[in-house]
Design a protein around this ligand. Structure first.
Ligand code: NDP
Length: 246
């Protein structure tokens, strides 16, 4: 019988948008699994309040490619190569295209699409070189079908689905896994940034009418996907509250 209880240290996991909601819950989950973490978001005080061990926290806007890459380099120098990135940072500004300010469209594509690519690029060359790694992209059920007032948000999440699928084909031969997580409604701060008060109230009423997912539910799905053997890729996980109809 092997009585050696020593286990190898767990590799570095990077999470964007770790200051609230799904990102913060995922940070807790991966930390509990023993991973050192690089946690990124603009509100660094909120990340520090999580009080997680072996964690480097950096105030980074994911639309700044060099800031993302620099933080990853810094964390890798401390904890070794990143084996996982959870590209979770995102914004949802619901509205109608005829009335919505164009800068809201730009922000959604900047953060949800360009920002996600910056995360991918910061870790992917190293993963390819090492012949292993996992990229988990947080999309949405709105990346698979459309909903009222979700036109531009949905467009950004369809982009996440499409790019994730294509990226998976690009890196499959290098041993790198690409996983798309597509949650239905989750109880987080996401809706609070929508500026159209009528649209916000309508979506809030929908959220209040059912028991939506908790951030921890999505974090558990992310942990489950990552913990599969490296030869197994859960290509897409779609999860929603049982009571969510569409
Ligand atoms: P939250 O608003 O609670 O969290 C969003 C996170 O993204 C925050 O940590 C925020 O940090 C970060 N973020 C936003 N903009 C930037 C930026 N420019 N640079 C760096 N970080 C940024 O919402 P959720 O937890 O719900 O959202 C997480 C992901 O889940 C998003 O991609 C969202 O689209 C997706 N999702 C959410 C669903 C839901 O119903 N809640 C359903 C399906 C998908 P900070 O402001 O400190 O920078």
């Amino acid at each position: 019988m092997n009585t050696d209880t020593h286990t190898a240290p767990k590799p570095l996991a990077v999470i964007t948008g770790a200051s609230s909601g799904i990102g913060a819950a995922t940070a807790r989950t991966l930390s509990a699994l023993g991973h050192p973490l690089l946690l990124l978001a603009r509100r660094v005080v909120r990340i520090e309040a999580l009080g997680l061990p072996d964690t480097l926290t950096r105030s980074v806007d994911v639309t700044d490619a060099e800031a993302v890459a620099g933080a990853v380099r810094e964390a890798e120098a401390l904890y070794g190569p990143a084996d996982l990135i959870v590209n979770n940072a995102g914004v949802m500004l619901l509205g109608e295209v005829a009335r919505q300010p164009a800068d809201e469209w730009e922000r959604m594509f900047d953060v949800n699409v360009r920002g996600l690519l910056h995360g991918v690029r910061a870790v992917l060359p190293g993963m390819i070189e090492r012949g292993r790694g996992t990229v988990i992209n947080v999309s949405s059920v709105a990346g698979r079908r459309t909903y009222a007032h979700h036109t531009v948000y949905s467009g950004s999440k369809f982009a996440v689905h499409g790019m994730s699928e294509s990226l998976r084909e690009e890196v499959a031969g290098h041993g790198v896994r690409v996983v798309t997580i597509a949650p239905g409604a989750v109880e987080t701060e996401l809706l609070s940034h929508t500026t159209d008060e009528a649209v916000k109230a309508e979506y809030q009423a929908f959220k209040d009418s059912i028991e939506v997912l908790a951030p921890e539910d999505v974090a558990a799905a992310i942990g489950f996907a990552y913990q599969q053997p490296q030869r197994v890729t859960l290509r897409e996980l779609v999860l929603a509250a049982t009571a969510q109809v569409a």
